[in-house]
Design a protein around this ligand. Structure first.
Ligand SMILES: [Fe+2]
Ligand SMILES: [Fe+2]
Length: 184
C-alpha cells in the first residue's frame, strides 16, 4: 500500500461523520434545539480522529517529507493551503465547542452559532478532501522512491499505535489537574 492509502481510507470515515453532521443540522433547524451529546461526539471525532490522527499524519509525515523535495510551485502552494485549512478547521471546531458549552449552560441563542459552525464544517471537509484525493496525493507520490514510500507507510502505522495511549494519558493528566484545582 502507498502511504496515501491509509489517508484516503480515513477520508471515507470522515465523510461518513460529515453525513451524520448534515442530518443533525437538518434536525436542529427543524426542531430549533441542539443535541449537546451529539455535538460532543462529533467534536471528539473531529479533534481526535480527523485532526490529531489524520491531519497529524498528513502534516508530520507526508507534508514533512514533501517539504524536503523540490516541489513544483503548484504543489508547494497546495501543500501550504492544506496546512492553513487544517488550522482554520481547528478554529471552527473550537468555536463549536464554545457554542455548545454556552448552550449547555442554558443560552438558547447559542443554537445559531452551533448551526453556523456545523454548516461551515460540512462545507469545508468535502472540499478539502477532494483537493487532497483528486489533485494532490497521487501526483505527490512521484516525488518519492519505493523505499521512501515504504518508510512513510511504516511510520504512519507507528504514529497510529501511539495515539490511543496519548489520548487517555492526556485524559488522566486533565483529570488530575481538575482534581488539584478542586482541592485548592
Ligand atoms: Fe488535510
Ligand atoms: Fe486529509
Amino acid at each position: 500500500m502507498m502511504p496515501i492509502g491509509p489517508l484516503m481510507i480515513e477520508h471515507r470515515l470522515i465523510e461518513r461523520m460529515i453525513d451524520l453532521m448534515k442530518e443533525e443540522l437538518f434536525i436542529i433547524e427543524k426542531e430549533k434545539r441542539a443535541d449537546p451529546e451529539f455535538i460532543e461526539m462529533a467534536v471528539d471525532f473531529i479533534r481526535t480522529y480527523a485532526d490529531r490522527c489524520h491531519h497529524g499524519k498528513e502534516e508530520d509525515i507526508l507534508f514533512r517529507d514533501l517539504g524536503g523535495k523540490k516541489l513544483t510551485d503548484g504543489h508547494r502552494l497546495t501543500m501550504d493551503q492544506l496546512v492553513e485549512e487544517h488550522k482554520w478547521a481547528r478554529k471552527v471546531t473550537g468555536r463549536l465547542v464554545e457554542a455548545n458549552t454556552r448552550y449547555v449552560l442554558g443560552n438558547r441563542e447559542a443554537t445559531s452559532a452551533i448551526m453556523e459552525c456545523i454548516k461551515t464544517l460540512i462545507e469545508f471537509y468535502p472540499k478539502h478532501i477532494e483537493k487532497e484525493d483528486k489533485h494532490f496525493f497521487i501526483p505527490c507520490m512521484d516525488y518519492f522512491t519505493g523505499a521512501e514510500k515504504e518508510a512513510m507507510l511504516k511510520e504512519e502505522w507507528e504514529f497510529d499505535k501511539s495515539l490511543i495511549h496519548e489520548k487517555y494519558r492526556n485524559m488522566v493528566i486533565a483529570g488530575e489537574k481538575l482534581l488539584t484545582a478542586k482541592k485548592r
